[in-house]
Design a protein around this ligand. Structure first.
Ligand SMILES: CSCCC(=O)C(=O)COP(=O)(O)O
Ligand code: ZN
Length: 218
């Protein structure tokens, strides 16, 4: 069965909301980023941003619906995001995922490079970890980091190997983050929590370095 017009329009409207919210935060520099919302599981169909668009704007040609092979379901001149395969990997790995968001920010890029040697970024004891749906006392999270392969099927395969149901995100080295959730509300909350944790940690390292320099030079 294919997605109904009503289901498509609902997904497109939700994508508009998420896109404009993230655009106001400058989370789509240089047309980067892509967003998707799942419409159905069996067979998999999801609405995804068209490739190369200015994601700070709305137009009637912003989204299209693709299938489990990342191919457009309808006849269209629009090209799905170049990274659609990654969205498909997320939906296939986690059938409960209902939305998947990808942004490039300075903070997620800095963290991905700083911790690439360990192939993971860990952080503990931060209240915003609860924003990822993890409520245990003094929780520690580990976000996997993969190399930024130019070949998207290779990148998608690497992502498939490291993503886990415990932590809803993966960093791509000097590229950005993919995060997901049961629906668009949850995926947005996860993205905001991740970005807070990355920025906090990077700023904390800077501040600590500044304090160490001041105390050793005085
Ligand atoms: C100019 S950003 C390079 C491609 C990228 O990483 C991205 O997120 C946007 O690609 P899309 O095809 O989804 O526009
Ligand atoms: Zn990207």
């Amino acid at each position: 069965m294919t997605a109904t017009l009503e289901q498509r329009l609902d997904a497109f409207r939700r994508l508009d909301d998420a896109k404009l919210t993230f655009a106001r935060r400058d989370w789509f520099p240089g047309t980067s980023g892509n967003l998707s919302i799942k419409i159905q599981n069996d067979p998999l169909q999801f609405a995804v941003t068209a490739s190369g668009k200015d994601k700070t704007k709305l137009s009637p040609e912003d989204y299209l619906v693709v299938d489990q092979d990342s191919r457009p379901v309808d006849e269209t001149t629009l090209k799905p995001s170049a990274e659609t395969l990654i969205h498909a990997v997320v939906y296939k790995s986690f059938p409960k995922a209902g939305a998947c968001f990808h942004v490039h920010t300075v903070w997620n890029n800095l963290i991905s490079e700083l911790y690439f040697g360990q192939r993971a970024f860990s952080i503990q004891g931060q209240e915003l970890i609860k924003g990822l749906g993890i409520w245990e006392e003094n929780a520690r999270i580990t976000v996997p980091i993969v190399e930024n392969f130019a070949d998207i099927p290779t990148l998608a395969t690497e992502i498939e190997k490291v993503i886990t149901p415990e932590v809803p995100g993966v960093l791509i080295r000097n590229h950005g983050i993919y995060t997901w959730g049961g629906n668009d509300f949850e995926a947005k909350r996860h993205l905001e929590a991740f970005e807070f944790l990355f920025e906090y940690h990077a700023r904390w390292l800077q501040l600590r370095q500044a304090v160490v320099s001041t105390t050793t030079t005085n």
